[in-house]
Design a protein around this ligand. Structure first.
Ligand code: ATP
Length: 911
């Protein structure tokens, strides 16, 4: 607390305040002197025989006040009040903080002008008294010397001009404000124009404009406090804490957040009913059932067995044929509400008892029926194992895993959905809580930021504040000549001084001449995936492969187009939210694209992350968890890329869009094009099949560091080739890793993947490895990310959307219910698996490959240095071709790989 109070104080501050305080006291003293002024007192201009002092302020007071009157005439009356009130005003409005020598001298200059102007006017317009001149000596001298020069009228104008100018300089902008207020008062508009004015200013900011209207109310306030500082435009402060329709999320992860809410969301209460637990002596396999009890039931009138939370009714057994109502302790702690059943409305306690007995009886009959069916089945067919009673183990019913999956697992949605694409209702609605932050807190933090920067000798003023879902951005204007980098250099010190976990400094804010300091909010908002997908940005997106990532710091949903990206590198330390981020991307696609348009290849070395998508119709092959197979899958992609390029060149189009358009047009004209690459024997057909539209292929590799480690550098080469060329043929790669080191995110990979996302990382170096810039080390985790778009150097901070595993599996189930995937078995198979061993080729062999000479010939004659070219020409596996390429490099025939390419170093086969 003490710290808080003394936070913004410095020795200079103290000194100035003390001086102002003393001046105010002196002013007060002079007011007393003024009020008891007598022209007969001995003073500066009066020499009286009378020794006693009439003035209540004594000789000194009389002397000073006389001096004022003699020097300034009538204007002298103002001075004691000015000396008393002005310092108090300065202290109260904390203008002392912003007082610089320049401002001080400007104000003194203004004061002098004011005195000159006023005394000149007094001298001209008022009559002299017996004791002093109306304009004092000053006014008198001005009149004497300037009237011959300017004339009476000239002096009058000069006096008015000096007075106005002097007042403006002396009081800052107060005069203008005074006039505005006066005007408003006259026109009875009060504060409206000011707000409108401010609104206009805020409209300049695109981001601020787009804040969600219901929860984020733009508030730009020039309140009483704005008299103390330059105005700060605050966006995102919620006027009222608005609760959205509330639905309990399926996952319990957010329960805390919901509990901690300062407000109560509107709840649609479900009737709370006392449960009836029906038990058999062995207590096996029966569920609770609920009965309703009328709300008007007086608890006192209730029979004992109905006053507890549960009514336990024992089922009749062979020995005991009537239901037993055991002891139950019940207090109707919560209101009991009626159910729809009309009959129950008038149900008395006795009826409730009867009802319970009837239910028990029904249940007994149902069980008997089931037993009969079981016996019947047993007589006729072998009883399926799942009908067997589950054995008890450690007091628990054991259910085999396959049965569990059947009960609770993947195949929950059995019926084919009727909609064309999955509906958003598959995702949970989550409460979005508005920020619980007051204008006062914002202003306090703004002052602390300015003060702390001042301590680092950086002069800056907070001009605007943007309160977002996760962070608040303070927009600061730097004094001319101060470099933005001087602020970003001290970001960690600043964070410590301001007691924030981390702050991020943005050296430029698009469209504004300010720098930004992003500080974490006390309470962090979750960004539900449903909110982002339900936004206009996503709904109206024209993207071919739209991927919603989350919301930016102002709360605007961010949607990118993977087709334009065209590949994405995602990196961040473990637990930073990568997997949730990848799921967000996949789900965005699954909500928008059909399997005929987009296919996925998913590679998941961690096994558990992506297997949830197994068997959705978009998959080209099952989720690949084996690293060898993963390498084969990437190779298949490279081959597919080459095949597609050949097709494009045959159809003389430049990219996948052109290809599909051309095919569509030809089809409209009734023309089919036979596959030019088909060879006899490729399929069982005798005729080549017709060309089909190409679909997009999205290759997702979750943790490609594992892949690189287990399979080796070839992976880098494959990824480099894919990312270099695959865009035009509709193959897009998303690579994720939790190891943002240079041996994983190599220069080769980076140079081919310009779009990158960094989640939080441990150190600056990692941030530079991913983004070539600092910043990711100051992120807040849990999906907080920096996005670097293709062809820009501007980072966009995005708070990732969140969804639970349940939601993911609901969407995957939905797609599984719509259709089966058409797996291509050759994707996971490698030519090497079959052929290489037969050739006696071993990759470890030190000797030259027997096909080496042939490879040299091909490379030298064709000038083609790609591995897959050699692979095709020699009809060998990729590994062997890559080895051949390495040997060609060792022998100096081709160069090492640079930017994914090798150069031919010799033109003759005599290497
Ligand atoms: N966008 C988000 N909003 C809120 N919480 C999130 C978000 N993203 C992730 N989290 C939280 O962070 C936890 C870790 O996320 P996630 O599993 O995606 O991290 P990761 O980087 O994939 O970790 P690892 O590399 O160890 O798999 C999640 O369980 C979740 O609680």
């Amino acid at each position: 607390m003490i710290r808080k109070i003394t936070d913004g104080f410095s020795p200079k501050h103290y000194l100035v305040e003390v001086l102002f305080g003393l001046t105010a006291f002196f002013g007060f003293y002079l007011i007393i002197a003024w009020s008891s002024y007598s022209p007969f007192d001995n003073s500066w201009s009066v020499a009286s025989y009378q020794q006693a002092v009439i003035n209540k302020a004594g000789y000194f007071g009389a002397w000073v006040i006389d001096l004022f009157f003699v020097l300034f005439g009538y204007v002298g009356h103002l001075l004691p009040f000015l000396l008393c009130i002005a310092p108090i005003y300065f202290i109260r409005t904390k203008r002392v903080d912003s007082l610089t020598w320049t401002r001080f001298f400007l104000r003194i200059f203004g004061f002098v002008l004011l005195m000159l102007g006023l005394t000149a006017l007094s001298a001209m317009l008022l009559t002299n008294t017996n004791d002093y001149l109306s304009g004092g000596v000053l006014g008198g001298m001005l009149t004497k010397y300037t009237v011959p020069l300017l004339g009476q009228f000239g002096l009058l104008l000069l006096g008015v001009g000096f007075s106005i100018l002097g007042f403006v300089f002396c009081s800052g902008a107060s005069l203008i404000r005074l006039l505005v207020h006066f005007y408003n008062w006259l026109t009875v508009k009060n504060d409206e124009p000011i707000e409108e004015n401010i609104k206009q200013t805020t409209e300049q900011s695109v981001l601020e404009d787009e804040i969600e209207p219901e929860i984020q109310v733009q508030q730009s306030i020039e309140s009483e406090q704005s008299d103390k500082y330059d105005p700060i435009y605050i966006s995102g402060l919620s006027k009222t804490q608005t609760a959205h329709h509330y639905q309990q999320p399926a996952s319990t992860e957010f329960e805390n957040i919901i509990e901690n809410e300062p407000f109560k969301p509107i709840e649609f209460e479900e009737p709370i009913l006392p449960g009836v637990k029906i038990t058999q002596p062995d207590d096996v396999g029966l569920e609770n059932i609920k009965i309703a009890v009328p709300p008007q039931q007086n608890p006192q009138e209730m029979p004992d067995f109905l006053t507890g939370n549960q009514l336990n009714v024992r089922l009749p057994t062979e020995e005991n044929t009537s239901p037993i109502i055991p002891d139950v302790k019940l207090t109707p702690a919560h209101p009991l509400t009626p159910v729809e059943n009309e009959g129950l409305d008038t149900l008395s306690a006795e009826l409730a008892k009867q009802f319970a007995q009837q239910e028990a009886e029904k249940e007994r009959q149902r069980l008997a029926q089931v037993q009969q069916i079981d016996v019947h089945l047993a007589d006729n067919i072998d009883v399926a194992p799942e009908f067997e009673e589950e054995p008890l183990q450690n007091g628990l019913r054991t259910i085999p895993i396959n049965k569990l999956v059947e009960l609770y697992g993947d195949n929950k949605i059995k019926e084919k959905p009727t909609t064309e694409l999955p509906v958003l209702d598959l995702l949970d609605k989550r409460v979005v809580q508005s920020q619980n932050i007051s204008e006062q807190q914002i202003r306090e933090t703004s002052r602390r930021i300015e003060q702390q920067l001042q301590n680092f000798k950086i002069k800056a003023t907070v001009k605007g504040v943007l309160i977002g879902p996760v962070v608040t951005r303070y927009e600061l204007e730097l004094l001319p000549g101060v470099k933005a980098s001087s602020v970003s250099r001290i970001d960690t010190d600043l964070a410590r001084a301001l007691t924030f976990r981390a702050i991020r400094v943005t050296e430029s804010i698009p469209g504004k001449p300010y720098i930004g300091i992003e500080t974490p909010n006390k309470e962090r908002q979750i960004v539900p995936l449903r909110d982002v997908l339900d936004s206009d940005e996503f709904r109206n997106s024209k993207a071919l492969l739209p991927m919603a990532l989350g919301k930016d710091i102002s709360g605007t949903p961010i949607v990118i187009d993977l087709a334009k990206t065209p590949h994405l590198l995602v990196a961040g330390s473990t637990g930073s939210g990568k997997s949730v981020g990848i799921n967000t991307m996949i789900l965005s696609l699954l909500f928008r694209v059909k399997p005929e348009e987009v296919k996925f290849i998913m590679i998941d070395p961690k096994v558990v992350e992506l297997s949830i998508y197994n068997d959705i119709p978009h998959l080209l092959t099952e989720v690949v968890t084996d690293m060898k197979k993963a390498a084969n899958a990437l190779r298949w992609c490279v081959d597919e890329m080459e095949r597609r390029y050949l097709l494009l060149s045959q159809l003389r189009v430049r990219n996948i869009e052109g290809f599909n358009e051309r095919l569509d047009k030809l089809r409209e004209e009734g023309i089919g094009v036979p596959d030019p690459l088909w060879k006899q024997g490729d399929t069982l057909d005798s005729m080549p099949p017709l060309l089909e539209r190409m679909n997009y292929i999205v290759v997702i590799v979750d943790e490609f560091a594992d892949l690189m480690m287990q399979v080796g550098k070839q992976i880098e080469e494959l990824i480099a080739r894919l990312t270099q060329k695959a865009r035009a043929v509709g193959i897009h790669v998303i690579l994720a890793t939790q190891r943002p080191s240079v041996d994983v995110i190599t220069g080769l990979i980076k140079s081919n993947i310009p779009s990158r996302i960094a989640f939080t990382v441990v150190q600056r170096n990692d941030s530079r490895t991913i983004l070539d810039q600092n910043g990711a080390e100051a992120l807040l985790g849990m999906g907080d990310m920096l996005y670097l778009g293709n062809g820009t150097t501007d980072l966009v901070r995005i708070h990732g959307a969140y969804m639970s595993d349940d939601e993911v599996s609901r969407v995957a189930d939905d797609w599984r219910a719509r259709g089966k995937p058409n797996y291509i078995s050759s994707i996971l198979e490698s030519a090497d698996d079959n052929g290489d061993d037969d050739n006696g080729f071993s990759s470890d062999s030190e000797d030259l490959d027997p096909l080496f000479d042939k490879a040299v010939e091909i490379v030298v004659n064709t000038g083609m240095t790609s591995t897959s070219f050699i692979q095709r020409r020699l009809k060998i596996g990729f590994n062997r071709a890559a080895n051949l390429m390495d040997q060609l490099e060792e022998q100096g025939i081709v160069s090492e790989m640079r930017n994914g390419k090798r150069e031919l170093l010799t033109r003759t086969p005599d290497y």
